[in-house]
Design a protein. Sequence first.
Length: 97
Amino acid sequence: MRPCRRRVDVSFPAGKAQVLYQPLGSSGIMSLELSAVADLMPLATAIAAGNRAMIKPLNLPEDDGASRAMLGEAFAEEQVAVASVGPEVGAAFRRCP
């Protein structure tokens, strides 16, 4: 996310150019199990792009606590949030843009 300098044509001797990367926004991730590497890759790419992420794990109560503990150690809740379990939450999560 660091700005990258770019070359400026010699006809602009005092000119400077750089690319400023901007985060895309928020990402929603529906995961089968957060312990699988394949399920963590969308989270890694969302964070690498400067986005915030909201994760909806599998509808198992024991998975919810483990996911919250694991992600709570690594990220602030404003950056990565774990949605509560339950089929009604999953349905609402799928309707989000």
